[in-house]
Ligand binder design. Structure first.
Ligand code: 8YV
Length: 327
């Protein structure tokens, strides 16, 4: 029997390719080119499976043009690059990579919060530019983190990880808003209190965004929401670009309507809204919240396991539309 063919749409660990090569004929992307839709469609011809990252969009055009496709395994927990309804209708399984990145991503959320509140990158730029000639009492004085109020919008696994770090490590008063309230047990473990979105915006000293992107979370933080925040507040986004209205945020930062922001994700990334590159009170990182070598290996392994499991035994570990597996 001939082996299924798969496409690995972005560069990945050589060990991952070797492992997939034990089961499949693999077409890889060693140059790590980000393919256009038509290139992706061309590469997917005859492929039963695809290993993707967030940059590879699987939509109705791709599905219609690739009738042999059975599974797309995303090396990411977020899957807003999938039109999941269209995949289900086409009988294509989608899988993501949850859990393996939860703690690493929560660590980074905290790193960005600390860097933002304590003005780490702004002060480093000052030092590197040779501007540090004397000490002064208010030089880069930032916001307090310990004992302050930590607001979390989106209280899934990563949000809970950030809450635990804040409550147990930094003695923070944790409040959150989510589509649904957590169980009393989970709230107790995170020492977190459920509040309305308005109370969250008005009360948080630091607001961390960890909600998934969808049409309903598009610009969940825009001009109106930023106006409700404290002028001393810091905003951290490790969720997805598009959840924050970057143009409105740049204005709020420039006019000091909020104190600072830490951003790992951007609307239209890797392009960054130009004003965000020039305002001083923002910490910018290139979508690296899950980027440790062990975690990226675990994400790649999980995506590979999903492809191997589904194409060899009809079973996947982390299906997004399991009805396809049953059908
Ligand atoms: C990925 C992420 O690295 O998992 C996610 O949802 O945002 C990151 O961990 C990125 O999406 C690349 O696929």
């Amino acid at each position: 029997m001939s082996r299924p063919s798969i496409l690995v749409a972005r560069a990945v660990f050589p060990e991952t390719l070797d492992r997939l090569g034990q089961y499949f004929d693999v077409e890889a992307n060693p140059d790590d080119t980000v393919w256009s839709k038509s290139q992706l469609i061309e590469k997917l011809q005859g492929k039963a499976g695809a290993f993707t990252a967030g940059s590879d969009r699987i939509d109705t055009d791709v599905l219609a043009a690739c009738p042999q496709l059975k599974i797309v395994a995303n090396m990411a927990v977020g899957f807003n690059n999938f039109d999941l309804d269209a995949m289900t209708a086409a009988g294509v399984l989608g899988t993501n990579a949850p859990d393996v990145l939860t703690e690493t991503t929560a660590d980074f959320g905290f790193a960005l919060l600390m860097a933002t509140a304590r003005r780490v990158t702004e002060s480093e730029h000052f030092l590197r530019a040779g501007k540090w000639t004397k000490w002064s009492y208010d030089m880069f004085a930032g916001a307090e983190v310990h004992g302050s109020t930590l607001g979390i919008l989106g209280m899934g696994r990563i949000g809970q990880g950030i809450a635990r770090r804040g409550a147990h490590g930094f003695g923070m008063n944790v409040i959150y808003h989510n589509r649904s309230q957590l169980s009393p047990d989970l709230e107790a473990a995170c020492k977190a209190r459920y509040v309305s979105k308005e109370e969250l915006l008005k009360t948080a000293d630091h607001l961390v965004l960890v909600l998934p992107y969808s049409a309903s979370s598009h610009h969940a933080i825009g001009g109106a929401e930023l106006a409700l925040m404290k002028p001393t507040a810091c905003l951290v986004n490790i969720a997805r670009g598009g959840i924050v209205d970057d143009a409105a945020l740049a204005v709020a930062l420039r006019e000091r309507r909020i104190a600072a922001a830490g951003l790992d994700v951007f609307e239209g990334e890797p392009t960054v809204y130009p004003d965000l590159l020039t305002v001083p009170n923002v910490v910018l990182t290139p979508h690296i919240a899950s980027a440790t070598v062990p975690t990226r290996r675990a994400m790649a392994d999980l995506a590979a396991d999903n492809l191997i499991g589904y194409l060899t035994q009809g079973k996947a570990l982390t299906p997004l539309n399991p009805q396809v597996m049953a059908g």
